[in-house]
Write a protein that binds this ligand. Structure first.
Ligand SMILES: *[C@@H]1O[C@H](CO)[C@@H](O)[C@H](O)[C@H]1NC(C)=O
Ligand SMILES: *[C@@H]1O[C@H](CO)[C@@H](O)[C@H](O)[C@H]1NC(C)=O
Length: 188
């Protein structure tokens, strides 16, 4: 008890003096004035739910929606490992992959919307080993939509930006889709 009290007082003391002396744990410096860069990327995400080897798999869904027979009913959560390709053909070159989750988030089936939580990584070219993160609503039925990019790794460290997505192909029976991504990234 006594030790805890001393610790608590020590913490308060540290917090109180940190801005002045910076001895305890905090250090704030002015970053070197690096110039911000803008990178534009264009690729196609192939999201396949059907077949023997899907790149998107259902990992959870609400039992209450069991009467909804659409491929992606409200409340269903998919895990993805979708290839990023240079073209719409299923054989075109793979340049990376998007790994993460998406959740069917609209109760109104006519406004089919997902929330996408995914890391888009590159496996070839000058951005090999780098990735950016999308955490955004994606109103899938709109012809052209924008999603938010909230961070990145490697060459895309501290990235933020947006992606414009268009649907190149969608099969409403299977849920399979090919999506045209035009990405604008601001990073250092
Ligand atoms: C889903 O709901 C039905 C009807 O209430 C019930 O019979 C069934 O056991 C439920 N399934 C699961 C996995 O909870
Ligand atoms: C959608 O997928 C089903 C099942 O694979 C197939 O029979 C149908 O032709 C496809 N539709 C389109 C528009 O590609």
């Amino acid at each position: 008890m006594e030790e805890q009290l001393i610790f608590a007082w020590a913490m308060i003391f540290c917090i109180a003096i940190a801005p002045v002396y910076g001895e305890c744990y905090s250090k704030t410096v002015t970053p070197s004035s690096k110039v911000e860069k803008v990178t534009n990327l264009h690729f196609f995400l192939h999201d396949t739910l059907s077949g023997e080897n899907p790149s998107a798999v259902l990992v959870a869904r609400a039992n209450l929606t069991r009467k909804d027979h659409s491929p992606v009913p409200f409340g269903s959560l998919f895990a993805i490992d979708d290839p990023l390709r240079v073209g719409t053909e299923p054989t075109s070159k793979i340049i990376g992959n998007a790994q993460g989750l998406y959740l069917s988030s609209s109760q109104d089936a006519s406004k089919f919307t997902i929330v996408l939580y995914a890391d888009f990584a590159f496996t070839t070219g000058k951005f090999k080993g780098s990735s950016f993160s999308i955490f955004s609503r994606n109103p899938v039925t709109e012809a052209k939509r924008e999603v938010a990019i909230v961070g990145g790794r490697g060459r895309f460290r501290m990235a933020r930006g947006f992606a414009h997505i268009k649907t190149s192909y969608f099969n409403a029976t299977t849920g399979d889709a090919i999506l045209d991504y035009k990405v604008t990234l601001y990073h250092y």
